[in-house]
Structure formats: C-alpha cells, structure tokens
Ligand binder design. Structure first.
Ligand SMILES: C[C@@]1(CC(=O)O)c2cc3[nH]c(cc4nc(cc5[nH]c(cc(n2)[C@H]1CCC(=O)O)[C@@](C)(CC(=O)O)[C@@H]5CCC(=O)O)C(CC(=O)O)=C4CCC(=O)O)c(CCC(=O)O)c3CC(=O)O
Ligand SMILES: NC(=O)C1=CN([C@@H]2O[C@H](COP(=O)(O)OP(=O)(O)OC[C@H]3O[C@@H](n4cnc5c(N)ncnc54)[C@H](O)[C@@H]3O)[C@@H](O)[C@H]2O)C=CC1
Length: 228
C-alpha cells in the first residue's frame, strides 16, 4: 500500500455496492457502505447473524450462494471479503476487468481503495487511515477521537447549517459573512450544544442578529461620516 492516498468523501446514494463474503469483516464493511448511502448486495453461502438481521430488515440484498462473475455487473464498487484467497483473487480480476473500485480485505496490494476508521457525528466525519500499516492503530485513534468529539458535534453542525443560511440571506458583504461564520466556531457554543441544544439555538440566533445589526450601524455611521 502506497503512502500517498487521496482522501475522498463519496456519496454512494443509488450506487450498487457488492460485498462478497458474509463474515465479520464483511459485516463491518456493509455497515460503513450503508452509512455512506450505498445499495448493498451481499453474496455468500453463509451470513453472520448481524448480516442476517439486516437482510430480514430489508436493508441489504443477499444471494445465499458462492460468488459468480455476473454478481459484479452494474456495481460501482466491489469488496472481496471471503476467507478464500482464490475467490478473493477472482473477484479482484473481475472488478479490474470492469474498471470498478475494488477492495480485497486480505490483500492491500490488490486494493485501489481502502476503508478508513471513522467517527461519524451527523454531518461530521473524521476518517483515520494508516495506509494499511496498522488498522489497529487507526481504530485506537478513532476511539480516542470518539471521546473527544461527542454527539454534541452533530447538534452543533446542524445549528451551523441554519446560522450559515441565516447569515447568507441577511448579509451581502462577503467579509462580514466569513467573519461571522468563523466566529461561530467557538468552544463555548459546543459546550452549550452539549448542555442545552434549544438554548444554544436561541442564543446563536440572537448573537447572529445582534452582530449583523451592530455591523450595519457601524457601516451607516461611517457612510454618514464620509458624506458629512
Ligand atoms: C488495508 C485495509 C483494507 C480494508 O479493509 O479496507 C485493511 C487490511 C487488513 N486488516 C487486517 C486486520 C485488522 N483490521 C482491523 C480493523 C479494521 N480494518 C480496517 C481497514 C483496513 N484493513 C484497511 C487499512 C486501513 C488503514 O488505513 O489503516 C478498518 C479501519 C476499517 C474497516 O474495516 O471498516 C477496521 C477498524 C474499524 C474500527 O473499528 O474503527 C483489525 C482490528 C479489529 O478487527 O479489531 C485487524 C486485526 C489487527 C491488526 O492487524 O491491526 C488485515 C490482516 C490481517 C492478518 O494479519 O491476518 C488486513 C490485510 C493486511 O494488512 O494484509
Ligand atoms: N481488512 C480487514 O479489515 C480485515 C481482514 N481480515 C481478513 O478478511 C478475511 C475474512 O475474514 P472474516 O470475515 O473474519 O472471515 P469469516 O470466516 O468470518 O467469513 C468468511 C466468509 O466468506 C464466505 N465465503 C466463502 N467462500 C465464498 C464464496 N465462494 N463466495 C462468497 N462467499 C464466500 C463465507 O461463507 C463466510 O461468510 C480473512 O481473510 C481475514 O484474514 C481479517 C481482519 C480484518
């Protein structure tokens, strides 16, 4: 695995994603594909109970048999997650021939993408990769980040989206818009989101409106100064 990997955030909505194998590793990959919005198809003669639950709940499509070449047709990406080297190799060859994104879970050298360890808090994703050097370290760092970045970040980001719309609709001046958006990113607000989300929304709205008014007053004063 090379060290110069390019981090991308991909929207898998409406994209067919094939996972070959139904073991614990496949189950983990399925979870992250679903979180990314993918339409997941699993091909495997056996499934973990977690995958079986997802199948019964209609979250994934399953073919309860060994892999066949045609399983990959029309897929955006393919993950080979069986415990059989020859099967994984065949899945790789087929995906390469179709020009698909391919991840072979026991062969980093056969992957054209790898899956990072990720903390997800609503719109916030913090992804960690060691370029395959130590998935255990990636996981360890992910768990440390999870304690530091709690559920309040989802609340905070949702509020920032609202405030950003509010500022964009009320302020024409780009510099003022950038300043307000930047100043909203404060530890104080994040703490308030953790303690009292509704209060955080009210106080943020007040803060934004007050700052816009103050800025307009300053602008009016200086305009009067120039003309007078
Ligand atoms: C290259 C990569 C390809 C890919 O799978 O995309 C890959 C490859 C391999 N992993 C192996 C082993 C383990 N993998 C994990 C866990 C995770 N592995 C994940 C990703 C990746 N694993 C990609 C690189 C990511 C990076 O950039 O670092 C994570 C982050 C994401 C996910 O899987 O969704 C997820 C943590 C999720 C989380 O909890 O946060 C654990 C720990 C555990 O299971 O608890 C172990 C055992 C301990 C150890 O080895 O560290 C072996 C094994 C073989 C062997 O020796 O037999 C190979 C093959 C090889 O290296 O040859
Ligand atoms: N990349 C990663 O994150 C990690 C990779 N690994 C490697 O991943 C591989 C899989 O590990 P586990 O999920 O723990 O194995 P597992 O033994 O739990 O699952 C293997 C699955 O492959 C299926 N399978 C076997 N032949 C098949 C075929 N012809 N077509 C379709 N499915 C078939 C089995 O039915 C089973 O569901 C192992 O080679 C392991 O070394 C292990 C840990 C982490």
């Amino acid at each position: 695995m090379t060290q110069h990997l390019y981090p991308m955030m991909i929207d898998l909505t409406g994209r067919r994603c094939l996972v070959v194998g139904g073991g614990t590793v496949a189950e983990r990959k399925v979870a992250s594909l679903l979180a990314g919005g993918g339409d997941v198809v699993v091909v495997s003669p056996s499934l973990t109970s977690g995958l079986m639950d997802r199948f019964r709940a209609g979250e994934i499509e399953c073919r309860l048999r060994p892999y066949r070449r045609e399983d990959g047709e029309g897929c955006f990406l393919v993950i080979a997650a069986t415990d059989k080297e020859a099967v994984n190799r065949q899945v790789y060859e087929d995906a390469r021939a179709r020009g698909q994104w391919i991840n072979v879970v026991d062969r980093p050298d056969l992957c054209n993408f790898i899956v990072p360890s990720a903390v997800r808090r609503g719109r916030l994703t913090i992804a960690v990769s060691t370029a395959g050097a130590s998935p255990s370290l990636a996981k360890e760092i992910r768990m440390r980040l999870e304690t530091e970045y709690g559920p309040e970040y989802e609340v905070f980001l949702d509020l920032l989206v609202e405030m950003r719309k509010r500022i964009q609709s009320k302020v024409d001046d780009t510099r003022l818009r950038y300043r307000l958006m930047g100043e909203l990113v404060q530890e104080e607000w994040i703490r308030l989101c953790r303690e009292d989300p509704e209060r955080a929304r009210r106080r943020m709205e007040e803060w934004v409106d007050r700052n816009i008014l103050e800025e307009m007053a300053v602008a009016a004063d200086s305009a009067a100064g120039i003309s007078g």
